[in-house]
Design a protein around this ligand. Structure first.
Ligand code: BGC
Length: 478
């Protein structure tokens, strides 16, 4: 049965409630995406209230990333300590307060402080959403449900583009940017209210010796007698393990998962997606499009990002994580090649301009079916239970750090060597990403989190199509 049918099938062996709670938890992604998307628009007008040097512009943009690194660094540990549900609520409240704080900032200094606070909530949201969904989803639709978070990120970006347009100063005068930043309080309030309906993750409950509560949660989100079996599976894993910390991440048997998580975190950002998400209008106007066309093009980028993420949701539990990643990074490499070439050819505003524009859309499309959603999904799947929160936090910190680095260096790089070479450099990263994925990233489709963990323990998880080093060794000795 295909994924769409499975998701809609009321008679399948899990209750519809599991989809509702996944959708609520995925609102974490909406906060994340909104924050990413809103600042490019707001920045144009913040400049009119406070005079911004280029350095200050960078600081206003990237302060949220510093906060996000703090949120991601501590969020995993906090999720393990206080539970996924309470942390979701805390993150939503901080985001809500932060939105008001930014909107009411009397000085630039205050604005930056509140951006850091908001960033902490974004960092927390980036971890706790995928973690909660992975731990509550049945394994046959875990990929599709996990992708809901990324879908919400892309919808959040699009929402922010819309809000930027709506609150532009032509309509509201100079304070438009305050309304743009304030608007984040709306999805934050929806998430905070939504957490009322979220049960705690059964895996976290078992880990904290609250087995009866876990059983009652599972019986609400599964409709079969598989509940006992699932509890047993979680118990077995949690009994052999004590709660672990950062040092456990370096244990030899966990290391392959660490490398995959951190590797994909860096790759996702060095593939250059945010150079397009943040600077699409600038790039479009460099290609030769006018203001209105650049704005329409930017919204087009947002729409392509959402649409192809929907396609990915439908494919992930059918074709698997690896094929999506491989096709996506191959496609991104080619598209960056064409995009870069466009800047070396004369007549960017003619036919070359349209080919260049097309390659930019296709680049975003290939990202949206691969690195965008699969990174966040995999880091919620590949780590052992007792360090899952912490480990996901580490991958997320690297992701935000790489995001910060690319954001900071991309414009100066263009200044020095031009768009053409800059996009080609990103293309080389995508090619390296393809090789890394081919050799290192495991397929997790259709396996329970406990099976994935058992594979990791037996050193069987890494390599193409779950090819195990163990079985390779056996082959060699045969
Ligand atoms: C990335 C963000 C990016 C977004 C674009 C997310 O998965 O982590 O940095 O802005 O995708 O859709």
């Amino acid at each position: 049965m295909d994924v769409a049918n499975r998701l809609l099938d009321a008679d399948s062996d899990h209750s519809q409630f599991v989809y509702v709670i996944a959708a609520i938890a995925a609102l974490n992604g909406l906060l994340f995406g909104f924050d990413v998307g809103v600042i490019s628009g707001a920045l144009l007008y913040i400049d009119q209230s406070f005079t911004l040097s280029p350095f200050m512009q960078g600081l206003v943009t990237s302060s949220v990333l510093v906060g996000a690194m703090i949120g991601a660094a501590t969020g995993g540990k906090l999720a393990d300590r206080f539970g996924r549900r309470r942390l979701t609520l805390a993150g939503a409240v901080v985001f809500f307060v932060g939105s008001f704080g930014m909107a009411l900032s009397p000085t630039l200094g205050w604005l930056i402080v509140w951006r850091v606070v908001e960033g902490v909530a974004v960092g927390v949201a980036s971890i706790v959403g995928p973690l909660y969904i992975a731990e509550t989803a049945p394994s046959d639709v875990r990929g599709a449900l996990g992708f809901l978070q990324q879908l919400m990120i892309t919808i959040g970006i699009l929402l922010a583009y819309g809000v930027n347009y709506l609150f532009a100063p032509e309509f509201l005068g100079i304070i438009g940017w305050r309304w743009m930043l304030w608007f984040g309080a709306v999805p934050a309030a929806v998430l905070a209210i939504g957490t009322y309906f979220l049960p705690e993750s059964p895996r976290w409950l078992v880990e904290n010796e609250r087995v009866e509560e876990a059983r009652s949660v599972l019986s609400r989100i599964r409709e079969t007698d598989a509940v006992d079996e699932e509890i047993e599976g979680i118990r077995e894993v949690s009994e052999i393990e004590e709660e672990g910390g950062l040092s456990d991440l370096l244990e030899p048997w966990v290391r392959p998962a660490l490398i995959v998580g951190v590797g994909l975190a860096i790759i996702q950002q060095f593939s250059g997606i945010n150079t397009i998400i943040y600077y699409a209008p600038t790039i479009l106007s460099n290609i030769g499009f006018g203001d209105i066309a650049s704005l329409a093009g930017t919204i087009g980028v947002g729409v392509v990002n959402v649409a192809l993420t929907v396609v990915a949701v439908l494919l992930v539990d059918r074709v698997g994580r690896r094929p999506l990643l491989l096709v996506g990074t191959a496609g991104m490499t080619v598209m960056l090649g064409i995009l870069g070439l466009g800047f070396f050819l004369p007549g960017l505003s003619g036919i070359v301009g349209y080919v260049t524009l097309g390659s930019m859309f296709l680049y975003v499309a290939f990202y949206a079916i691969s690195l965008g959603p699969v990174f966040w999904l995999l880091i919620s799947e590949i780590y052992p239970l007792r360090i899952r929160g912490t480990a996901e936090g580490v991958a997320s910190v690297f992701n935000w750090g790489a995001n910060f680095l690319v954001g900071l260096t991309f414009l100066p790089l263009i200044d020095r060597i031009g768009e053409g070479y800059s996009f080609w450099i990103l293309g080389v990263f995508c090619l390296l990403a393809f090789v890394f994925i081919y050799t290192r990233v495991p397929e997790t489709m259709g396996r329970s989190l406990e099976e994935i963990e058992a594979d990791l323990r037996s050193n069987a998880i890494m390599g193409p199509d779950g090819d195990s080093e163990v079985s390779e060794r056996q082959h060699r000795s045969d």
